[in-house]
Design a protein around this ligand. Structure first.
Ligand code: PGA
Length: 248
């Protein structure tokens, strides 16, 4: 992974923006955000909007696209699911894995996340592994342990250098409460230590996620060890996400 990965801006649209809204978003975003020489901009629309995204982003290879989730199996009787291979066929070059909403709402535990990451790598899709502690875990002094467990489970099975990482404290997601630059720097240090303990590439990007917005992007990107951001709510409007992507 090279310097081209930094700063790394990722938009997680969650269950927002269908195909028509996606086309409109990209049309406007292209005007607001001309290609930059370095850094990455990656969008995670709902799977059903990936095709619309690609059509609308034609001629702009700097606007990359991925999926928010895949099934852990290559194919089979899994009503409602999509596989990593299908995601690749649809043009997804990135995927999220282990987002806290998947962990909480859908029971994606460490084993399942590891299986999904393995499938994605087999399919040639690059995973962004999301990790982070709940407020209760943080208050009980378990930050190190939780991050080490979530990262270790995956890196015991796959090559650490293949991944991008996102530290997303659960208490900061969608709450308007952002980790302070010091908290982010501290947690990113723990994530980096775990990556290196598993023989990982020292320059693997680590993104911060949790209530990132135009007003706090500069101070977060300036925090030691923060290589980019994963943005939910503030990525749903082209103006606000373009303001974020202009930073760094
Ligand atoms: P948020 O979401 O920016 O709305 O807090 C971040 C995420 O869940 O990736």
């Amino acid at each position: 992974m090279s310097e081209i990965d930094k700063p790394f801006f990722a938009a997680n649209w969650k269950m927002h923006l269908g195909p028509a809204e996606t086309s409109e978003f990209v049309r406007r975003f292209r005007e607001l955000h001309p290609p930059r020489e370095r850094g990455r901009v990656v969008f995670f629309p709902p799977t059903l909007s990936v095709a619309a995204f690609r059509t609308a982003a034609e001629g702009r290879p700097d606007l990359e696209v991925g999926v928010q989730d895949v099934h852990q199996d290559a194919a089979g009787a899994h009503t409602g699911s999509v596989s990593a291979v299908m995601a690749a066929q649809a043009g997804a070059v990135w995927a999220l894995a282990g987002h806290s909403e998947r962990r909480r709402e859908f029971g994606d535990g460490d084993g399942l996340v590891t299986a999904k990451v393995s499938r994605l790598l087999e399919a040639g899709v690059r995973p962004i592994l999301c990790v982070g502690e709940t407020l209760e875990e943080r208050e009980n002094g378990r930050l190190d342990e939780v991050l080490a467990r979530q990262i270790g489970a995956v890196l015991d099975a796959v090559d650490a250098a293949e991944l991008v990482y996102a530290y997303e404290p659960v208490w900061a997601i969608g709450t308007g409460r952002t980790a302070s630059p010091d908290d982010a720097a501290n947690a990113h240090g723990i994530v980096r230590r775990e990556i290196e303990a598993h023989g990982g590439f020292a320059a693997a990007p680590i993104l911060y996620g949790g209530s990132v917005k135009p007003a706090n992007i500069e101070e977060l990107l300036a925090a030691p060890g923060v290589d980019g951001v994963l943005v939910g709510g503030a990525s749903l409007e082209p103006d606000s996400f373009a303001a974020i992507c202009a930073a760094g």
